[in-house]
Each structure stands twice: as C-alpha cells, then as structure tokens.
Design a protein around this ligand. Structure first.
Ligand SMILES: [Ca+2]
Ligand SMILES: [Ca+2]
Ligand SMILES: [Ca+2]
Length: 182
C-alpha cells in the first residue's frame, strides 16, 4: 500500500512522464523523450548508439504497458500508474529491475561529459528531455546537492531515487527529485 506521501510523489512523477499532457502515459510520451535525448546527444538516426537507446526506451514502455495497463486500452492512466508502483515498490526484485537499474542507466545517459558525476547543466538536460524548465532543474539540483559541491555522484543520485520511491519521510530532499509534488 502506498502512503499518502508516496501517492503525491508518484502522481507528480506521472505528470512528468506524461510529456504530451494528454492525461495518460503512453508510447507517444516515451517517443517524445527519446527524440529529445537524440537531439541532446546529436545522435544520428540508425547509428548503433541510437539503436541501443531506442530499444531500451521501447522495451521499458512495453514492460510498463504489460504490467500497468490493466484495462488494456494501450496507455497507463493515473490509477493504473499508482497501482503499478504500489506493487513494484514492495517487491525487491522488481524494484531492482524497474527502478534501480533504470535509474543508474539514466545517470549514465545524462553524465554527458563522462566524469562520473551529474553537474547542474547535466541535470538541466535531464529535466529538459521531460519538458521541465531549467529554472526548476537548478532549484531542485541545489536542494539535492546537500554538500553544495555542484556535483551529484551515482551514490547520491541513487539515495535520492530511493528516498523518492520508497521513502516516507516528509523532510527527505529526494522527495523533490522531480520537482514540487504538493
Ligand atoms: Ca501522455
Ligand atoms: Ca490503461
Ligand atoms: Ca558529468
């Protein structure tokens, strides 16, 4: 069972994923994010890197649709989304494969300069592919970067991810990983 705080955070996360704002998470949202990542990295269509990335995104959508789209209308509405996360968060194996491994893959994608940490500009890029503003990205980055060194390591990022998905502490900074949720 999700707590009220978890429901609020995951409802916020839903609006982030619903990039085209049609009230559902669907294939079009994943395609739009993928297209934004392509532009960000200047990927040539059909190149090996482009193909790997496309496959990862489309596989993720298929997996989400299969487990979350319970009324089988081809997209995931907010109720289905919350039911889905309620199951995943309580199952360690599924949490590892559907949250932790994806988060570390995203970390790699957005560590554009490959120095092993996410800086504020890279965090802005991350927000940007989901259509979120640079101003919000900078604000959230400052909140998350507790020691203020302007860099987020994979370990710090994963801490935030766990706080966001599994945590129920109203004061945890990771609650705001995807922006304000109240
Ligand atoms: Ca949508
Ligand atoms: Ca559905
Ligand atoms: Ca970096």
């Amino acid at each position: 069972m999700l707590t009220p705080l978890q429901r609020m955070k995951l409802a916020r996360y839903f609006t982030v994923y619903d990039v085209d704002d049609d009230g559902c998470v669907g294939l079009r949202d994943f395609e739009r994010v993928l297209e934004n990542v392509r532009v960000l990295h200047g990927l040539v269509a059909g190149s090996p890197r482009d193909q790997t990335l496309s496959e990862a995104f489309l596989q993720r959508w298929e997996a989400l649709r299969e487990s979350a789209d319970t009324n089988q209308d081809g997209s995931v509405d907010l109720t289905e989304w919350l039911d889905y996360w309620g199951v995943v968060i309580e199952n360690d194996d599924r949490y590892d494969s559907e949250v932790a491994s994806i988060a570390s893959m995203l970390f790699g994608i957005f560590d554009t300069d490959g120095d092993g940490v996410i800086g504020p500009d890279e965090f802005c890029d991350y927000y940007n592919v989901y259509g979120l503003s640079a101003a919000l990205a900078r604000q959230v980055f400052m909140d998350l970067d507790a020691d203020g060194d302007g860099a987020m390591s994979l370990l710090e990022f994963m801490d935030m991810v766990h706080q966001f998905f599994r945590g129920d502490d109203p004061h945890a900074p990771g609650n705001r990983l995807f922006g304000p949720y109240e």
